[in-house]
Ligand binder design. Structure first.
Ligand code: ZN
Length: 118
């Protein structure tokens, strides 16, 4: 892979990591915000939407954490020189695939197999 492309992907991964960390921090802050009418009256509808919000936030945070782990792994692979090779079969990952998905750790063939095995 050309070194400019490498540098570009690294920049994108670092940007993605900052974005995800920001998202996770925002979700955390939202969860810890006391609802304004806590303790006053019995707002069942509000409580229900609070629970839904918390569940939605937990799901979003789970996704963001998964993605963050993949982004971190990709950055680590850049440092160790393993970036761009498939973790499963060791073949080079198609650069176009990395353009589309900079944190991909499997080639397209292995990705399909891994997903089938799930
Ligand atoms: Zn592979």
């Amino acid at each position: 892979m050309a070194s400019e492309q490498y540098a570009e992907l690294r920049r994108r991964l670092e940007g993605e990591r900052r974005r995800l960390q920001g998202d996770i921090a925002a979700l955390d802050a939202e969860d810890h915000q006391p609802s304004d009418d806590a303790g006053i009256g019995n707002h069942i509808a509000d409580d229900a939407s609070d629970v839904m919000n918390r569940e939605r936030n937990a799901a979003l945070r789970g996704n963001a954490n998964d993605l963050l782990a993949q982004v971190d792994a990709a950055l680590h692979r850049i440092e160790t020189g393993a970036y761009g090779t498939c973790e499963r079969c060791g073949q080079l990952i198609n650069p176009e695939r990395l353009e589309a998905l900079p944190y991909a750790i499997y080639c397209i063939t292995c990705q399909a197999e891994v997903e089938r095995e799930r």
